[in-house]
Design a protein around this ligand. Structure first.
Ligand SMILES: *Cc1c(COP(=O)(O)O)cnc(C)c1O
Length: 344
C-alpha cells in the first residue's frame, strides 16, 4: 500500500477539523454545561449528541468484533461512500475502479465529486475477475469498489479474488458487506490488521431492520478512520439514532432470528419462482433478495405494480437484461407475490 498521506487529498491531510464545544473539555466531572449555547430546557434532546458516538461504538465493537477506534459511523453507508471520495480523491485528477453491475451510489458519488468512475464488467456468471480490475487501475486510481454479496446480482464474490486485489493494489479497497449477514461467506471486517488498505462497509439498513434510522459504518485501520472522522459533519449521527442503535445492539439475537427466518423464506421463494412458466433463470443469492430473469421483465413488473406489489426492474442494467430484483419479505408478502406470478 502507498503511504496514507500519498492517498489522501492534500487539503484534507492538512485540514484542521472543527472543534466541538464538548471536545475541548475532556474527561473531568462536569455538572453544569454552559459551553454550547444549548437551551437548558427540553432535555435530553436539548444537548448535542456525542460527535464520535462512543457508546454505540463500544457495543458495536463487541457485536462486530472490531476495535472501537477502527469504526466510523455515518448517516447511512451512503455517508461513508461519499466521504471516501471527499477524503481520498482529487476531482478531475484521480479515478476509482468498480465492478459492473454494482450498487449505484458509488457512481453517483463519483459524479457529484467530479471523479472519473471506471467500470470493469463482471463475468457472465457475475463472478469477479481480479486481473481485469487491477488492469483498469493506473497511478491515479485511489479507490477500488467491491460489493459482496453484490447488489443487484446477489452473489458473494470469491474471497480469493478479493484477497488478490487487496494484496496487489496500492490504493484503498472498499469491500461493501451490506448483505454479509445473509451470506455464509466469512466477512472481511475481522481481518483489518491483515489488510492495511481495506475499508469494510456495514449498515443497519438490511439485516438489522433499521433503514429508517440511517446508520452506516465503515471498518478500517485507525489511521483511515481518523481521516473520515476529521471530514464528516461534527454531529453526523443524531441523538435519536444513537439511542435506537443502542437498543438494537442490546439484543442482537433478535437480528439473528430475523435473518434465519428470511433465509428460510428465501429458499422457499427461490424454489417456487424456479417452477413458474415465466421464469427463465433464478440466480444464486447470498443476500436478502434474488435476481430473476423472466420472459418479459417490463410486463411482469407492470403486472405486479397493478396488483400493488413493487419489485425492482433491473432490465436496463448491464448483464441483467430481462431481470427483476425481488426482496424477500414476510411469509405473507412472499405468498402474495407468488400467487400473483402464478396467475399471470
Ligand atoms: C442497501 C445498501 C447499502 C445501505 O446503504 P445505507 O445508506 O446504509 O442505507 C449499502 N451498500 C449496498 C450495496 C446496499 O445495497
Amino acid at each position: 500500500m502507498k503511504e496514507l498521506k500519498e492517498l489522501t487529498r492534500e487539503n484534507i491531510w492538512n485540514l484542521a477539523p472543527y472543534s466541538c464545544a464538548r471536545n475541548e473539555f475532556s474527561g473531568r466531572n462536569a455538572k453544569v454545561y454552559l459551553d454550547a449555547n444549548e437551551n437548558p430546557y427540553n432535555g435530553p434532546l436539548n444537548r448535542y449528541p456525542d460527535p464520535l458516538q462512543l457508546e454505540v461504538k463500544k457495543q458495536l465493537a463487541k457485536v462486530k468484533g472490531v476495535a472501537e477506534d477502527c469504526i466510523f459511523l455515518g448517516n447511512g453507508s451512503d455517508e461513508a461512500i461519499d466521504l471516501m471520495y471527499r477524503c481520498f480523491t482529487e476531482p478531475k485528477v484521480d479515478n476509482v475502479v468498480a465492478m459492473d453491475p454494482t450498487y449505484g451510489m458509488y457512481k453517483v458519488c463519483a459524479d457529484i465529486n467530479d471523479v472519473e468512475y471506471r467500470t470493469v464488467s463482471l463475468n457472465e456468471d457475475f463472478s469477479l475477475n481480479a486481473d481485469n480490475i487491477l488492469a483498469a487501475c493506473d497511478n491515479h486510481t485511489k479507490v477500488i469498489w467491491l460489493c459482496s454479496p453484490n447488489n443487484p446480482t446477489g452473489n458473494a464474490l470469491d474471497r480469493g479474488a478479493i484477497e488478490k486485489i487487496l494484496k496487489d493494489f496500492e490504493g484503498l479497497v472498499v469491500v461493501d458487506e451490506a448483505y454479509c449477514d445473509f451470506s455464509s461467506q466469512k466477512p472481511f471486517r475481522t481481518e483489518l490488521s491483515k489488510y492495511p488498505n481495506i475499508v469494510v462497509l456495514n449498515t443497519m439498513s438490511k439485516a438489522w431492520g433499521s433503514a429508517g434510522i440511517r446508520l452506516g459504518m465503515a471498518f478500517a485501520s485507525k489511521d483511515i478512520i481518523d481521516i473520515l472522522n476529521k471530514v464528516k459533519y461534527p454531529y453526523n449521527v443524531n441523538a435519536l439514532t444513537q439511542r435506537e442503535a443502542l437498543e438494537l445492539l442490546a439484543d442482537p439475537y433478535e437480528v439473528d432470528k430475523w435473518v434465519r427466518t428470511i433465509l428460510l423464506e428465501r429458499s422457499r421463494v427461490v424454489d417456487a419462482i424456479k417452477v413458474l412458466p415465466i421464469c427463465r433463470k433464478v440466480y444464486p443469492t447470498d443476500a436478502n433478495f434474488v435476481l430473476v430473469e423472466v420472459d418479459d421483465a417490463r410486463k411482469t413488473y407492470e403486472y405486479l405494480v397493478d396488483r400493488g406489489i413493487i419489485v425492482r426492474n433491473r432490465n436496463s442494467v448491464h448483464l441483467c437484461n430481462g431481470c427483476l430484483r425481488i426482496t424477500i419479505g414476510t411469509k405473507t408478502e412472499n405468498q402474495e407475490l407468488l400467487a400473483a406470478l402464478r396467475t399471470m
